[in-house]
Design a protein around this ligand. Sequence first.
Ligand SMILES: *[C@@H]1O[C@H](CO)[C@@H](O)[C@H](O)[C@H]1NC(C)=O
Ligand SMILES: *[C@@H]1O[C@H](CO)[C@@H](O)[C@H](O)[C@H]1NC(C)=O
Ligand SMILES: *[C@@H]1O[C@H](CO)[C@@H](O)[C@H](O)[C@H]1NC(C)=O
Length: 298
Amino acid sequence: MGCSGCCLLWITCVVLVFLQCGAVRVTVRESVLEVVQGDSVTLPCSFLTMMPLFRLSIIWTLTPASDPHSPLQVIVYDQGQVIESPAFTGRVSFADMPWSADVILNDTRVSDAGTYRCVVSNPPETGDPGIGELSLGVLAPPSLPVCLWEGDTDAGGSVALSCLVVEGIPIPQMSWEKLNPEKIILPVNMEGERMGSVKIINVSAQNSGVYRCSVTNLLGTQNCYVNLSVYTPSDDSPGVLQGVLLTLFMALVLLALLVLVLWLHRSAQESKWRNRREDEECYNEIRYTPSLIKRSFV
Ligand SMILES: *[C@@H]1O[C@H](CO)[C@@H](O)[C@H](O)[C@H]1NC(C)=O
Ligand SMILES: *[C@@H]1O[C@H](CO)[C@@H](O)[C@H](O)[C@H]1NC(C)=O
Ligand SMILES: *[C@@H]1O[C@H](CO)[C@@H](O)[C@H](O)[C@H]1NC(C)=O
């Protein structure tokens, strides 16, 4: 009699425990995940329920890191039906339905980063639905940076070199170097996280050369270049020497031309003189002829 009362109490206890722990229990095996952009990732979410799975419902949502105020639905399982959200169509699927709520996300994008939640309920199991939460980071190599320069490249002026990198997670480190004649690392002023500049004041010929901006994160490095040539009018550079030599050469050619012209002029005059003398001789002859005739008359 006492024993059956004990049994009854025990059964009541078990039923009560079941009712109290009746909620679906969810566990997330890894709560911080990282993936390289383009790769696949499994978002883990296991659940435990005491009821058959006829009315199982799973909802995955994302709170994007880039826009925390607009959570998105990712994929839904409801009584045997799977619905993918437009932003994830063709990229997301359940890995092992209905035994776990894991999903596989393919072809990951930087915009997929954020906090994911899996919400599992299994009526008629009572209580709150089970909720699992994990954060996903999506890494990306730096994109090709853009190098720009502005300012005055005449000697004494000042020039600013700037470099902008749009993509890359984690945020790429930026450095500026002058490459020739010897490598010099230049101090970078960061303007925000993705733009850095170098200022060169009172430029001179020594500042001419190739400058390189490098952006680096753990996935890679990209570079862009600026060719700076400082214009120095009063410099003993080979260009000036060449200019002097060219001027000398031109002067010599001019001199030679002058001599030639003078010589031609002179020889032309000489030949004119000679011609005139010949003409005069002819005149004489012609003048002479009538006199001869006259003489013959005489
Ligand atoms: C994700 O990629 C895996 C392996 O390439 C493939 O088996 C699976 O079908 C893909 N899932 C989707 C939703 O495209
Ligand atoms: C600029 O540089 C030249 C020589 O490189 C120097 O003589 C001059 O004083 C400098 N001017 C200023 C304003 O620093
Ligand atoms: C810089 O200029 C040199 C010669 O003027 C040229 O050979 C080189 O390709 C240029 N480099 C860049 C990055 O423009």
